[in-house]
Ligand binder design. Structure first.
Ligand SMILES: [Zn+2]
Ligand SMILES: [Zn+2]
Length: 445
């Protein structure tokens, strides 16, 4: 018998609204109206009010200052302090970040961090709350304005944040915090400061919050869309100066996803990462507000960079013709090789135990036709490796594309054995025809 509230056995659980086809009767149920009001409707209202609200110079300056303060609440506080625990901060600094972060209208620290940890853990999958794989617009703002099925989002542990009284208090009182930090406080400063109450609300409150929101959303969209991937290209995060410029340094996102607990996003001094600079500045006397700043060893960072460079090189290598691998070439007896090179026969030349077909190249040989013709049907290892002329790197590369066979026993000569084993293993840098130390008698063609 079904208990109260359980689903009868012959009935499947009701699907979340997002799994139903959109129609005129249900479209509004798919919208998260609270978020839509906070990230679209109020900003549009603010934009409308700017038409009739003059922007005074002090209000403009205050709006810019408060923009950076609230943006830092997100980048230095919500993101690097609480989501990733990149450093520790003393109580006054945490209170400041919780206040300014609330003023950015992006949810409570607890809610924001839970989503962000899921984003890192399940990047580019359906469990990533703002996966760019669901479209640029979805990762930017769509995930906020649409109701999402809570069963889809990846779960993360944020219990560590419960030991921070500032986080717990802000979460419980988030509505009041938002109202005061986002709109009332900037209005009071402009009102009491220079009598511009209305301008303070419209510009330093509503429009400033809109800009901070859009800048932060760019980290979820643009930083997964444009830029380079110097550390790993298996997933979408990218490094780009443009996104760093609008997000107080959060645009070095490829680095950040690889080394999320590093308090830096940009690792070189000339890259723009004011969030990093501020965290560092507040660790110094006389502030002493931040401490235990975490960084990854440069050895680890360089390993990642090198592996990515190697990957790019390997990719490029695969587009080039290096000749057939030795292991795929037919083995030809010396007598057969000689027999195939009669007067009207093939133009085969053996170099370092490998047989090459020179017929298409003979007339293009920079050293002239005669030298090649004189080597046909013979072992030209010596002449090719300095007996007549020390051939260039490019010549060895070109020769490898003409491989047609391997001489039986041709690889038994000891000095060649080692390097050919390397070539057999697929070491593409190894030029099998290059013989560093000639065996006596090998010079004679
Ligand atoms: Zn990301
Ligand atoms: Zn992050």
């Amino acid at each position: 018998m079904a208990t109260l509230g359980s689903i009868p056995e012959n009935q499947s659980p009701p699907k979340h609204i997002q799994h139903h086809p959109t129609s005129l009767r249900n479209w509004y149920k798919k919208i998260n109206w609270l978020n839509t009001t906070l990230v679209i409707i109020i900003p549009l209202l603010g934009l409308y009010l700017t038409r009739t609200t003059p922007l005074t110079r002090p209000t403009l300056i205050w709006s810019v200052v408060y923009y950076f303060l609230t943006a830092f609440g997100i980048t230095g506080g919500y993101h690097r302090l609480w989501s990733h625990r990149c450093y520790s901060a003393r109580l006054p600094f945490r209170m400041l970040l919780a206040f300014t972060g609330a003023g950015a209208i992006q949810g409570s620290i607890r809610w924001w961090s839970a989503n962000h940890r899921a984003h890192h853990r399940w990047t580019d999958t359906m469990k990533d709350p703002y996966s760019v794989m669901r479209g640029l617009l979805f990762s930017h703002i769509g995930w906020l304005v649409l109701n999402s099925d809570p069963k889809i989002k990846g779960r993360t542990d944020v219990s560590d944040l419960d030991s921070d009284a500032v986080v717990v208090w802000q979460h419980k009182n988030y509505g009041k915090c938002l109202l005061f930090a986002a709109w009332v406080f900037p209005m009071i400063v402009a009102g009491l400061g220079w009598g511009d109450w209305w301008g303070g609300l419209v510009y330093a409150g509503i429009m400033r919050a809109c800009f901070v929101q859009q800048a932060t959303f760019c980290v979820n969209s643009l930083a997964h869309w444009i830029g380079e991937q110097p550390f790993d290209d298996r997933r979408s995060p990218r490094d780009h100066m443009l996104t760093a410029l609008v997000t107080m340094g959060e645009g070095y996102h490829n680095f950040h996803h690889e080394f999320p607990s590093d308090y830096r996003n940009a690792i070189t001094w000339y890259q723009y990462d004011p969030t990093k600079w501020l965290i560092y500045l507040f660790s110094l006397p006389p502030f002493f507000q931040t401490h235990s700043l975490k960084t990854f060893r440069s050895n680890e960072i360089e390993k990642g960079r090198l592996q990515q460079q190697q990957k790019a090189l390997d990719k490029k290598r695969q587009t080039l013709d290096w000749g057939l691998p030795l292991s795929q070439l037919p083995v030809i007896d010396w007598d057969d090789f000689k027999a195939r090179c009669t007067d009207d026969g093939e133009m085969l030349v053996a170099v370092a135990g490998v047989i090459h077909d020179m017929s298409l190249f003979v007339s293009e040989h920079p050293g002239g036709k005669m030298l090649i013709k004189s080597a046909i049907g013979k072992d030209a290892t010596g002449v090719f490796n300095g007996g007549v002329y020390e051939h260039s790197n490019a010549a060895h590369n070109l020769l490898s594309t003409m491989r047609v066979g391997v001489l039986r026993g041709g690889q038994e000569v000891e000095v060649w054995k080692k390097q050919k084993t390397e070539a057999m293993k697929g070491n593409w840098m190894q030029q099998v025809t290059r013989v560093e130390k000639l065996v006596e008698g090998a010079v004679a063609a």
